[in-house]
Design a protein around this ligand. Structure first.
Ligand code: ZN
Length: 410
């Protein structure tokens, strides 16, 4: 690659970091405006779609007809947290020894910069060849659910295609083919109030809730012992466990097997508990919010039903449910990314699934085979001193150029 592309990748990533787009509140007018101007000045015509005020999306397409390939990246970032814990200011985009620092460098302004550069470099070739359509969508609000971003664009028919690549941070030697689903419920215990000195007169809602929580854990353990992971994903789960272990597990003394279990089964995390009003009263109300993530092959509604029929002492409310999803390794876009990594970088690529949700789910729900591949590391997203390496930017740029060139048979 020429030094010019490398310098442009660094400069563009830095510039995007310097345009804060912290979510919440998720104001992205400035950064989307910058991306629009950048593309317009290179001769592209950019469409802006704004479903919620101040959370616009920019879409640009070139070429015509099928096949259609979508490139997507979100421009919002999570808050920087305590700014004094950063070695460089979080919105400086400072370049130090081959790394670009700042909030969003890994997740995922580095990825957006790579997509913008790849798009602008290959556009003319695709247009002239008549080989199909390439879409670039820079979107808002991924960090708080993506509803006015990718979800709305899919519903509106703007993002429709034969394959998609999202440049979330996978690292240049890995790619994501799927993600776990969500199952969040609330357990509510009701009792009868009484004076705390005579608890036999009351019915203690906190005791009821705690006993039900222990029972819920047993029910989920039992559910997990019966899970069948789709056979084409067994190796993928092992890869994921290794990736999490390398990124965040080693230093905590965890084992790869621990991650294999948490990725491949329903995870269990009571996140919030509330109840009672005074120490000398028998509480008549207590509630708990439980976050569970379900692997591909499991329907989160089955988890809800298992808890509902096994827990007799509490009411269960469903807070949020989303289906796990994955793109089968046999899809063309998956094999192209796999081939791209191994040919361009000369390393054995690792497909993985992730425990959190990305905007990829909206594309997959609508039937678009989707691969997540971009610069940055799993463990760095949302962390202090978040950075992306220049090497990763260059690697992913080269791999994506290869993938897109092959996709359109250029
Ligand atoms: Zn992200």
């Amino acid at each position: 690659m020429c030094a010019e592309v490398r310098d442009s990748l660094v400069e563009l990533t830095s510039k995007l970091i310097q345009l804060p787009s912290v979510n919440p509140p998720g104001f992205t007018v400035n950064i989307i405006g910058f991306i629009k101007d950048w593309l317009t000045s290179r001769g592209f015509s950019v469409e802006i779609r704004e479903y919620v005020k101040d959370k616009p999306n920019a879409i640009v397409r070139i070429g015509k007809g099928k096949p259609v390939l979508i490139l997507n990246g979100h421009v919002d970032v999570v808050p920087p947290g305590d700014e004094t814990r950063w070695s460089y200011p979080p919105f400086s985009g400072k370049v130090v020894e081959g790394k670009i620092f700042g909030r969003g460098s890994s997740d995922m302004k580095g990825g957006v910069a790579v997509l913008m550069m790849v798009f602008s470099k290959l556009a003319e070739k695709i247009e002239k060849s008549g080989a199909g359509t390439l879409i670039l969508a820079a979107t808002s609000d991924e960090e708080t659910g993506g509803h006015p971003g990718v979800e709305a664009l899919v519903k509106d028919g703007i993002l429709r295609g034969d394959a998609a690549i999202i440049a979330e941070p996978s690292g240049s030697f890995r790619y994501y083919v799927g993600e776990k689903g969500l199952c969040q419920v609330k357990l509510v215990a009701r009792g009868r109030p009484a004076h705390g000195s005579l608890p036999i007169l009351g019915d203690n809602a906190i005791m009821r809730l705690v006993n039900s929580l222990i029972k819920a854990r047993e029910l989920v353990d039992d559910f997990n012992s019966r899970i069948k992971i789709p056979s084409e994903l067994v190796g993928v789960i092992r890869n994921s466990a290794e990736a999490y272990y390398e990124a965040v597990g080693k230093s905590l003394g965890l084992r790869i097997e621990d991650f294999e279990r948490v990725v491949g089964t329903v995870s269990f995390n009571p996140g919030v508990i509330r109840g009672g009003s005074k120490i000398n009263m028998v509480p008549d109300h207590a509630e708990l919010e439980l976050d569970m993530r379900v692997p591909p092959g499991v329907n989160p509604n089955d988890v809800v039903n298992t808890l509902r029929s096994g827990l007799k002492d509490v009411d269960l409310e469903v807070l949020d449910v989303s289906q796990p999803n994955y793109t089968p390794p046999s899809e063309r876009i998956v094999s192209l990314v796999h081939e791209g990594i191994s040919r361009v970088l000369g390393r054995e690529p690792k497909p993985i699934i992730v425990t959190g949700a990305t905007d990829g789910r909206y594309l997959r729900y609508s039937g678009i085979p989707t691969v997540v591949y971009g610069p940055g590391e799993l463990g760095l997203a949302h962390a202090y001193d978040e950075y992306v390496t220049i090497e990763d930017l260059v690697n992913t740029y080269n791999v994506l150029s290869y993938v897109i060139t092959k996709f359109f048979n250029l």
